[in-house]
Ligand binder design. Structure first.
Ligand code: SF4
Length: 115
């Protein structure tokens, strides 16, 4: 049976039609990224997480962080629980690891700016 999704790989937002019974054939994509996104979203959906963590001694009270790769979508809630508990102390450099290997995904959470 056909599934319908909006591609979020770029701002155009193509309306994708995906056919799981036909090896996840995708229609409606304007580029190859839509093929990849359509199949992946139905088989192994993942996301980059962007958030902030509390920092002491910085010019702001929170510092932005990002996962260095995509994590499974069903782990985002648990990952956010961990990220929300983290406190760091300035100075932090962009790219510093804030949470190593979050939830054993093999993905680190890193600072996305220096502070
Ligand atoms: S299919 Fe390509 S052009 Fe369309 S939204 Fe996805 S990335 Fe953008």
């Amino acid at each position: 049976m056909k599934k319908e999704l909006i591609c979020i790989a770029c701002p155009i937002g193509c309306h994708l039609e995906i056919y799981p019974d036909e090896d996840y054939r995708v229609e409606g994509n304007q580029c190859k990224r839509g093929l990849y996104y359509g199949k992946k979203e139905l088989t192994n959906p993942t996301r980059i997480i962007t958030s902030t963590v509390a920092i002491e001694g910085g010019i702001y009270r929170r510092i932005p962080v990002v996962t260095k790769g995509e994590v499974p979508k069903d782990l985002i809630f648990d990952a956010m629980k961990i990220i929300n508990k983290v406190r760091v102390i300035s100075p932090i450099k962009r790219g510093d690891v804030i949470v190593k290997n979050i939830l054993d995904t093999g993905v680190d959470v890193v600072a996305s700016r220096s502070m």
